[in-house]
Design a protein around this ligand. Structure first.
Ligand SMILES: *Cc1c(COP(=O)(O)O)cnc(C)c1O
Length: 490
């Protein structure tokens, strides 16, 4: 299996794609073809553990990795001291036809751990395979959750370092505390005066700056990415779509081959794209429901076929989805454009020059056959948290955006296909907003709010949150979007 750039560049191996993060022409790496998982295999997956399922899916993409290498990486990533649930990514029945796929049982309490616990192992192997002996410096832009998950994954991993940029006033209190208290001798956390898009654009610019790359090389370092543009993030995410389906089969909720819808709270389009890839590989996926918060650029895109960033950026109670430029959409566009790299280059050029592009009506209709986009504002989100709580399940604001959108979708289309609601974070990570949604009272202290939640659902405050209270603040650097390079080099 080789990997191509969405902008037409030449093919590379899986390990090269992982090592580079982004293609030299600015495109994202995509598989040259989609490996097919036959129905018989789906039935077999139903009887396997998460780790075994992961090996089965990963090996289809990572052809220049040996099976024992993949097995060892998977074992190390999903160890029981990292994930607090034996099923790793359990499904939880919410009602007649809806299951929550809980992806927040890892060390940082958000779905990013599913891929970022594995990526450092894949990165290390990729460096060895390509005889790369310089230090690999991982640059990350985060809307809140990727940052800590990358820091946890790469902390003290030999031969790597990790620098994270987060929007100064754009993350939750717990998210920020998680990042700025990170230990490890190879980590750097820097606040950017700007929003997530400023941070993400800044990081992309560094990847394209010959001057910066040379200065890093002078220090014996080579750049890579842990953002969801990295193929090594995407492939592990494909696994849990198969796993959720396998669990539904195992539970007797669906028979092999029966379609299942997935509803995904979306920001950078990485998570839901993995669901689309699973569909391309033969997983019986009906609709992929793309749920946005008030930054509903994707809702408008799926409706109109026009992507436009000429809009106000809102801060919401689901900060990890406060994004206007969804990087991974480029991989879907590539399929919509019949893999025409020149056309992708044109659209991406229009986006960076004029802030918008249009895919045309025909391609929009093709996309609408698989995707449905809708959004929820803060009020909808809070109401949904409260509603689900009274039905017996407490969800975080990101998951609640998905839950609201799913409810709207069902009313509109009367589609009662079994549906998996992808649950992306623990409610403890957004304690103040979640507590307020349920009780109507605002508690500003995140630790006291966590106690409130703990009392509501009779679950202990996760140790990862409790420990934050006493950890020293280790990172205080702040920079502007145009001085991010200096901040890394300094
Ligand atoms: C990152 C994140 C999202 C958005 O995922 P994308 O892959 O960027 O679309 C949703 N919810 C939570 C909690 C997240 O951390």
């Amino acid at each position: 299996m080789s990997f191509l750039s969405t902008r037409g560049g030449h093919a590379v191996t899986a390990s090269q794609a992982i090592l580079r993060g982004i293609a030299p022409d600015g495109g994202l790496y995509v598989p040259a073809m989609f490996p097919i998982v036959e129905t018989g295999k789906l039935a077999e997956l139903a009887e396997m553990s998460y780790e075994k399922r992961a090996v089965e899916i990963l090996k289809l993409f990572l052809e220049d990795f040996s099976i024992p290498e993949i097995e060892e990486a998977v074992r190390a990533a999903y160890r029981s001291d990292k994930f607090d649930h034996p099923a790793i990514a359990p499904i939880h029945r919410l009602d007649e036809a809806t299951w929550a796929l809980e992806l927040f049982h890892g060390p940082t309490l958000a779905f990013k751990d599913m891929a970022l616990q594995l990526l450092p192992h894949l990165m290390h192997l990729s460096a060895r395979k390509n005889r790369e002996d310089r230090e690999i410096c991982i640059l990350v832009a985060t809307s809140g959750d990727t940052g800590k998950a990358a820091l946890e994954g790469f902390r003290d991993v030999e031969g790597t370092s990790c620098a994270v940029f987060y929007p100064l006033d754009g993350v939750s209190d717990v998210q920020k505390l998680q990042m700025v208290t990170t230990g490890g001798s190879n980590t750097k956390v820097i606040a950017v005066r700007g929003n997530f898009d400023d941070a993400q654009t800044g990081v992309k610019k560094l990847f394209g700056s010959e001057d910066f790359i040379q200065k890093m090389a002078d220090q014996g370092k080579v750049l890579s990415s842990a953002n969801s543009i990295n193929l090594g993030r995407l492939v592990p995410q494909v696994v849990y779509y198969f796993s959720a389906y396998a669990d539904l089969v195992h539970a007797g909720a669906v028979t092999v081959g029966q379609p299942v819808n997935f509803c995904v709270p979306t920001g950078n389009f990485g998570n839901i794209l993995a669901g689309y890839y699973a569909r391309c590989m033969g997983l019986p996926v009906g609709r992929l429901i793309c749920a946005s918060n008030r930054n509903n650029v994707l809702t408008d895109f799926f409706n109109s076929g026009i992507y436009t960033t000429h809009r106000t950026f809102f801060k919401t109670m689901s900060p990890s989805m406060d994004i206007l430029v969804s990087s991974n959409l480029e991989r879907l566009l590539y399929e919509a454009a019949d893999r025409d790299g020149a056309l992708i280059r044109t659209w991406m050029n229009q986006l960076s020059v004029s802030g918008s592009y249009s895919v045309g009506e025909q391609r929009r209709d093709w996309l609408a056959g698989m995707f449905w986009g809708d959004c929820a504002d803060n009020k909808d989100t809070a109401a949904e948290i409260s509603r689900r709580f009274h039905d017996g399940y407490l969800m975080d604001p990101h998951t609640a955006v998905g839950s609201h959108v799913l409810r709207q979708y069902r009313i509109r289309f009367n589609d009662n296909t079994p549906t998996v609601l992808v649950s992306t974070a623990s409610p403890f990570k957004f304690a103040q907003d979640v507590l307020c949604a349920v009780t109507g009272e605002r508690e500003e202290d995140p630790f006291r709010a966590s106690e409130g939640i703990s009392n509501l659902i009779h679950i202990d405050i996760p140790q990862q949150v409790r420990a934050l209270k006493d950890l020293p603040i280790r990172h205080t650097a702040v920079c502007d979007p145009d001085t991010m390079g200096e901040a890394v080099l300094g």
